[in-house]
Design a protein around this ligand. Structure first.
Ligand SMILES: Nc1nc2c(c(=O)[nH]1)N[C@H]1C(S)=C(S)[C@@H](COP(=O)(O)O)O[C@H]1N2
Ligand SMILES: [Mo]
Length: 440
């Protein structure tokens, strides 16, 4: 693999949404209205080990705090007001109904996305479903077809599992080169949660699946009536009907009160505001599996079904929003990120500091679960030399992230979906981080 700086394609740096830390502090300073002057916040902080001001009472310790009944549903600190989903015109319909809001991956920790930051992809706005009027129909090739209320559905034995959901269009702006100079718009079409619900295998045992049933149709009750056909092996393997998201009811953005969860497979199969599940011997060829979510090949033919989300990884620190501009030579600094695969469990993540010439193995942090985000880490000593950081994940099904050129030579650039090549960031000698694509 040859990698020279001149073979890097740089991002065109779309900066209308400035997402840098500097901006964060600026706006924070404005928000806190005089409490701290902006200049103080932006000045380099000099820390002393014997600073008495730290143990003396700070301004928030000299008066009563807020009353406990101020927010009976808890809210983040007002200083975190910049930790939000973002929408970009290039990824959205003008009227903001059929659109996607991108999750701020650079501001997340661990393997759970807080519910307020979970990315949302919706084809016709966010339906507000009355749980008292909610009904779920299970019909087709079943011994005992059934309609359930929400309470009845929740009486089935439930389990809670951590899975990511990723739109197959995640990363799709990168097919022709780096387009956005930030992590949020490059990879924010995914999030992860602990989902609570009932496995379909449990319900189907109760309702009696007829042997001819080979496919399940899942249909949403929102205006788009999103519908997808799912093969019965996957349904019986690990698909779930879920009503819980990180310990509380699903958020409206995630399909309140009930969605389908198809672990590791394309986001669009996880039908929200679920209305019915129908069982039949053949697929339905709904609009979402004909006009969309097929994969156009260089030959002009399209792959019809392309279900699992491929093995993938991204460095989340540093990234353009989390630069290394405050580092001094000799500082220890962590390169960290997230890896995931819809085919199974992450086995290895390798890191390159030199654009793919040499690789070292990262170590994992925290839980390592199938079809979940897996956190990786590698510590280096900052030497002030420019770097091109890349990450490359391998899963336990034997799949490995391809290079950009290898992927493009196989699937072309017209397909939009399933873009999982090795990507990363350039770090300049000043610690500024940019989106670059390494060609090989
Ligand atoms: N009913 C319904 N389900 C839907 C959609 C929709 O528009 N309507 N969007 C799908 C798409 S394209 C994706 S990527 C996922 C996104 O899930 P999220 O919005 O919870 O992140 O939901 C899927 N389920
Ligand atoms: Mo999607």
């Amino acid at each position: 693999m040859t990698t020279k700086t001149d073979s890097l394609e740089k991002s065109s740096t779309i900066n209308e949404d400035k997402l840098s830390r500097r901006n964060f502090f600026k706006r924070t300073a404005v928000y806190s209205a005089g409490a701290i002057a902006a200049a103080n916040v932006l000045a380099p902080v000099k820390l002393k080990a014997d600073d008495v001001n730290i143990v003396n009472q700070v301004e928030w310790g000299t008066k009563l705090g807020d009353r406990l009944d101020k927010n009976l549903y808890g809210l983040p600190s007002p200083y975190e007001h910049n930790n939000i989903r973002r929408i970009h015109d290039l990824l959205s319909s003008g009227d903001r109904y059929a659109t996607v809001s991108m999750s701020p991956l650079h501001q997340q920790e661990g393997i759970i996305t807080p519910n307020g930051l979970f990315f949302c992809r919706s084809h016709s706005g966010i339906a507000q479903v009355d749980p008292n009027k909610y009904r779920l129909m299970l019909h087709g090739l079943l011994e005992k077809p059934l309609v359930l209320t929400l309470e009845q559905l929740k009486r089935y034995p439930s389990e809670s599992r951590i899975y990511f959901i990723e739109c197959p269009a995640n990363g799709s702006t990168g097919w022709r080169g780096p387009q956005f100079n930030n992590l949020q718009f490059v990879k924010g079409m995914m999030s992860s949660a602990e989902w609570t619900g009932v496995r379909l295998s449990v319900i189907l045992e109760d309702l009696g699946l007829k042997p001819e049933a080979q496919w399940m149709l899942a249909e949403g009750s929102d205006d788009s009536e999103m519908a997808r056909s799912i093969p019965i092996e996957k349904v019986l393997d690990d698909a779930m009907i879920v009503w819980g998201q990180n310990g509380e009811p699903l958020r409206p953005e995630q399909g309140y009160p009930v969605r389908l969860l198809v672990p590791g497979w394309e986001g669009n199969l996880n039908v929200k505001w679920l209305k019915r599940l129908k069982f039949d011997s053949k697929p339905w060829y709904s609009k979402e599996e004909t006009s969309k979510y097929t994969m156009l090949q260089p030959s002009g033919k399209a792959i019809e079904y392309f279900w699992p989300m491929e093995v993938n990884s991204i460095i989340t620190s540093p990234c353009p929003e989390v630069p290394w501009t405050d580092l001094k030579i000799g500082d220890k600094v962590e390169i960290s990120g997230v890896a995931w695969s819809g085919r199974g469990t992450i086995k290895t993540v390798d890191i390159s500091l030199d654009g793919g010439k040499n690789w070292v193995e990262a170590h994992f942090k925290g839980l390592i679960l199938p079809k979940s985000w897996t956190r990786f880490s590698y510590i280096i000593t900052w030497d002030g030399n420019p770097k091109v950081l890349l990450s490359r994940a391998i899963d336990d099904s034997g799949h490995i992230q391809p290079s950009i050129d290898k992927l493009v030579s196989k699937v072309g650039v017209e397909g939009i979906y399933h873009r999982n090549p090795i990507v990363g960031w350039e770090v300049t000698s000043k610690g500024v981080v940019n989106n670059v694509h390494v060609r090989s």
